[in-house]
Each structure stands twice: as C-alpha cells, then as structure tokens.
Design a protein around this ligand. Sequence first.
Ligand SMILES: [Zn+2]
Length: 386
Amino acid sequence: MSTLVIRGGRAWDGLAGLSVETNVALDGDRIEGCGTSLGAARSLDISGCTVVPGLIEGHAHLCFDATPGWRATFDGDTPARMLLRMAGNGRRMLEAGITTVRDLGAPTPLAIELRDAVASGLTEGPRLLVSGAPITTTGGHCWFMGGECDGELGIRKAVRERVKAGVDWIKVMATGGNMTPRTNTFAPQFTVDELRACIEEAHRLRRRVTAHAHGIEGIRVAVEAGVDGIEHCSFTTAGGYEFDQPLIDQIAAKRIVVSPTVSVGFRKWPDDGRREQRGRVLKALLDSNCRVLMSTDCGIPGVPHEALAGGMEVFAEAAGASPVELLRLATSRSADLLGLKDLGTIAPGAIADLLVVEGDPTANLADLDRVRYVLRGGRVVFANPE
Ligand SMILES: [Zn+2]
C-alpha cells in the first residue's frame, strides 16, 4: 500500500511534452508510480492543480540579500547571522518549490554547515550542492568571500582546501565581475596554465570545476583549459555582446555544462538592444546542443532567491523557448547535468521532491508562482494557507 496518493489533478513527469490527468503514488520518500492508484494510507487532493518535479536552481548565493545594499549586509554580518540569513533564504526557496539548489559562492564553512544541517533534518531547506568560497585572484571577483589565491601552486592548494572542507563543486572566477569594484569583467583573471592546474587537481579529487565567465576572452580561456562548466557564459565585450558561434560549437563539443544565469533582473535592463543580443546567445546555446541548465544567480541585487519561475519566463521569452522546454531545463535536465541521481523526474523509484501548483505550468509558466504544496522526500514541507 502506498503511503500517500496525490490525486484529482494533472502530473508532468519532468520529460514529456504534456501534462496528463493522473494520480501519483508515493512510498515513503520515493515515487511508486502514476496511474489509478490502489489504496493509500493518506491522500492529497490536488483538483485543478498540476504536480511537477521540484525545481532545481543551478546558481544561487544564499548569503546575499538581493538588494542594492548587499555588500553592506555581507560585510556587517557576523558568521552566525550570515548562516541564519542563508537558512532563511533557503527556506523561502523551498516554499517556492525549489527543492534543490547549487550554491556557487558563500564562505566555505557556512555553506557546508547549512548543507549538512538540511541533510540531517536540523533545519528545513532545499537539498544543497555547495562550492564554498569561489577561487579567485588577489583582489579578484568576490575576493571578500575568502577565496584569494595566485599562481599554479596557490590554485592547487585552494582546491585541496575546499575538498578537505567537503565542497561538492569547485567554482573558479575566470573573469572579473560587475559586483566587485576594481576587477575587469571582460578580461581573464587566471592564465590557462593556472586554470589547468585547478582542473587537474579537482579531477584528481573527483570534483568538477565550473568557471564564472562573462567576457568572451574569459570564456575562451576557460574552454581551452578544459573546465566542466561555465557560469553566465554571456559573451560580453566592452561594447556589448560578441556572438561567437565557433566558440559555442567548442562548448558543445567539449560537453561543458552551461549555467546561463537568466533572471527577473533582465526585465529592468534598459531597452538598448542588450536583451535581444543576450536572447540570441541563449538561443544559439540551445540550438547548438550545448548542455544548458536553468540558473538565475539569485541573491544578487534585483534577483530574489525565490524568483526562479520568473527567470524561466524571461528565458523562454528571450530564447523563444516553450514552457515545457524551460521546465525540462529546471528539472530533469539540471538533475542530469549536476549528477543528481533520482531527482528531477516523476518516475518509479525517483525521490519524491514535488511541487504542486494551481493551473498547468506546461501551458503557462506563470502558474509556477501559484504554489499549493511543496513536498521534499515525500513529506509536505509547505502548504499554501490560501
Ligand atoms: Zn554568482
């Protein structure tokens, strides 16, 4: 007998082109199957709603507060307060149906404490994959998180320290970033040899490396060095965007995971053609069979942690993609690319991380904001009181 049957609504399995009318039966923390279920100890009526796999955020900063004053907040936090802030942001993401989060930048011990606290049930939150403090150059992008190092020896040591601490991913800043004064967003921070040392050391210790890279030269260096993933991948130059199809083809051929960080923040960009250019890059990445996942860089100014669904809408508009394509990116595709076994689908044996929303997000992505229930590991962890 199933422990719980979710009945009376529609379900979308993370892969199909359409949602279907069906019941979903759970056995403890796993999906038992779909169909007309037999008896169950309990049932959850979701009439008028659709159940989908819990969403996956591929690039988050739980330690940032998403406001223009983020840096003062960051600098003013004690470690204890920052950990509470991170837990609170995680909780809000979970309540928005985001059941798994890859955090790509926070002080290393805090990220690891929170991940382990959630995993052990000490606090409620999304499942976490964490990089800890991004590896950066002296004075480089996000140096204030504690990840400065220089030279091949320095970068090897930085990788070793993180793996010793227990990180899941290695994040390296291949270019500067807009949020760090006195860095250069367009130019590479590390040499190809330094990045190679980083990647070699990470692979020896069975970790994958993802590189923050906005500028086209930084992307080129990261691709040449052989990174496993690229964050942002925005192809910016000082003059705007430079479309580089041969480089995109290389990214596809090398099977590099692309985390494009598309967010509700794009809506506030001035109407100067940048949005269209960025849309062209996104479309080219998808059309060239790059391994793209869904990510928003939430936590940065103007990008609230819980705004993944809004980012998916922006992505769909910018790249001319369908709601189902975006839903796949944020569920089964992200799970696959992040190596998350048994997550991102509704299939027998899969972990029952589920989001129930009113309406049908396979027809209308905005319905993702109409959250009715969130389940994590078969347990209802959030029920909308309305
Ligand atoms: Zn980021």
